[in-house]
Write a protein that binds this ligand. Structure first.
Ligand code: PRP
Length: 203
């Protein structure tokens, strides 16, 4: 019996398609249902950023989550099993077109959902930064002088384009990974590896 945490949001649909193929039936969470039980497997419908938490504490044996989320949650210890090559995106530093971040300022302000990645990136360059935590619509921040720039995810690039922002630098490339709880990987190794093989065939 395996429990798998699937993320809501941008990776959700692609991961449901993968598991629908493996289990040969349509896998969908009805309306607001958060648990889906099949014969030998249970799926949990969790927020993207929470997938590592469910897996780390063993509430889920496996999870699917973006590498960007894993980097942001570096406090959490899970086994990275397989790059699924879905949900590809970049984490970038961005600013308003024609208004680049002024790195000569004693401190810069960066708005982001990804505070750890941001802090680590600028600390490694010895740039003093005030990290302003937002929960969404990050691209708005430089346009209304809340911040000098942003660190955010770019997938198609259309949100930045439509808001007159440019990519200054790419911090990392990301895609979705299959991850496992350390203990589950030991105790349920056979079923986890066989599921990993099934996923490998599809990617
Ligand atoms: C993410 C990200 C960007 C956007 C990028 O936000 O924070 O805003 O997607 O995608 P694009 O390059 O394809 O335009 P999300 O859609 O998760 O919504 P949010 O702003 O509410 O977090």
């Amino acid at each position: 019996m395996l429990t798998i945490a699937l993320p809501k949001g941008r990776i959700a649909q692609d991961s449901l398609v993968l598991f629908s193929k493996i289990f040969n039936q349509s896998i969908n969470f009805d309306d607001r249902r958060l648990i889906l039980r099949l014969e030998n497997i249970t799926f949990l419908n969790v927020r993207n950023q929470d997938v590592p938490t469910y897996v780390h504490y063993g509430a889920a044996d496996l999870g699917i989550v973006g590498l960007d989320v894993l980097e942001e949650r570096s406090d959490i210890d899970v086994v990275r099993l397989l790059n699924l090559n879905i949900g590809k995106c970049k984490v970038v530093v961005g600013s308003e077109c024609g208004k680049p971040i002024n790195y000569l300022k004693p401190r810069i302000k960066i708005a982001t959902k990804m505070t750890n990645i941001t802090q680590n990136f600028f600390s490694a360059r010895a740039i003093a930064v005030d990290v302003i935590k937002l929960y969404g619509s990050i691209e708005l921040a430089p346009l209304v002088n809340l911040a000098d720039g942003i660190v955010d995810i770019v997938e198609t690039g259309s949100t930045m384009k439509q808001n007159n922002l440019q990519i200054d630098e790419v911090i990392m490339h990301s895609s979705a990974f299959l991850i496992a709880n350390q203990n589950s990987f030991y105790v349920k190794k056979d079923s986890i590896l066989s599921l990993q093989e099934e996923l490998k065939k599809l990617i």
